[in-house]
Design a protein around this ligand. Structure first.
Ligand code: ARG
Length: 340
């Protein structure tokens, strides 16, 4: 058997993997493997193959977070700037801060999502074909029990024709079918089988099945009524959690394959049209970072901005409640809008 060798990182590589993988940690873990068969080399594979990764690791199962903790915990702490235990969920929306007028005028749409995975199954990078199909069936059954106002239909990715698929992706309702990060993380095995999209009749509520996480539960609407969208999401999550057993740990919160999505596993974002700030992207990113926000292009992660429209979201998802994360986002975009 080939002995694994200490990985080579390019000089430009700035991933948290490169930062935290000391030779000592590597030596201690490089030959370890979890009970479901997820190895250390699989854990770090995407970060080695995709040297422009920001993070560079994907967990294969719950045990990855304990077995590989000497590498994963420093990465988690670094990313989320959180050291303590993850608090209990709080989806209350009564006294959220208000979006100011300048921000309202700039917001085109608002989206809030959480990631969830089922307890008792490996996460996406280590799941096998049969288990993935079982997960899909469990989720499809739970979706049938959603409250009336968010009922809709499940579309399996295998049954979609190409033009329907492209149309859903263009409308930001569906995940893409090519992503080199997911592919390097072993998350695109058996694609498109077992993957799908649930869409409520009004399309405001959706669930992605078996993409990066087993569920991505999403509320998406035009305009900036963040409390209404947050409430819609909370209703959907509550109903699904009554029929599915979501993997959760008192220390790191909801389990996700990517450490950026632990904790609340929530990303709340607005698409915002900026004027003067759009003129200097480096400055915009710096300002946003100082406010605890993340800036992306309009077609999802690793995409470019178009016509001055940016996707702005909370960066931290762990160590805070859902309500606090949303409040951060609102306060931050108010500041950005005033500056603009
Ligand atoms: N693995 C990629 C990186 O390290 C993505 C990280 C966060 N995004 C995500 N979809 N999990 O840059």
């Amino acid at each position: 058997m080939n002995q694994p060798t200490y990985p080579v990182f390019s000089e430009e590589c700035q991933s948290l993997l490169k930062k935290h993988l000391s030779p000592t940690i590597w030596k201690a873990l490089s030959e370890s493997c979890t009970k479901s068969g997820y190895s250390f080399s699989q854990l770090i594979h995407s970060g080695i193959e995709q040297q422009d990764s920001g993070v560079g690791v994907y967990a294969g199962d719950v045990e990855s977070y304990s077995l590989f903790a000497p590498l994963l915990m420093p990465i988690i702490r670094d990313y989320h700037a959180s050291s303590g235990k993850h608090p209990a969920s709080d989806f209350s929306f009564d006294d959220l801060p208000k979006i100011c007028v300048a921000a309202q005028q700039r917001i085109i749409s608002t989206r809030v999502r959480v990631g969830r995975n089922l307890s008792g199954f490996p996460l996406g990078p280590a799941i096998n074909r049969t288990q993935r199909l079982e997960v899909e069936t469990l989720i499809k059954n739970a979706l049938k029990k959603l409250p009336e106002r968010i009922q809709g239909a499940y579309l399996s990715l295998s049954d979609m024709d190409e033009s329907q698929r492209e149309d859903l992706v263009a409308r930001h309702l569906l995940f893409k079918s090519e992503d080199r990060f997911l592919s390097s993380a072993n998350l695109m095995r058996d694609w498109p089988e077992g993957r799908g999209l649930f869409l409520s009749e009004d399309k405001a509520f959706s669930v992605w099945v078996n993409e990066e996480d087993q569920l991505r539960i999403i509320a998406l609407q035009q305009g900036g009524d963040i409390s209404a969208i947050f409430r819609l999401l909370a209703d959907g999550v509550k109903s699904l959690s009554e029929h599915l057993n979501f993997a959760f740990s008192d220390d790191i919160g909801y389990l996700a394959s990517c450490p950026t999505n632990l904790g609340t596993s929530m990303r709340a974002s607005v698409h915002m049209k900026l004027d003067s700030l759009a003129g200097n992207e480096t400055r915009l990113k710096k300002q946003a970072e100082a406010l605890g926000l993340q800036v992306r292009g309009v077609n999802g992660e690793h995409s470019e901005s178009k016509g001055g429209v940016y996707d702005i979201s909370n960066r931290m998802r762990m160590g805070v409640t859902e309500k606090t994360a949303i409040s951060h986002l609102v306060n931050g975009i108010n500041v950005l809008a005033e500056m603009d």
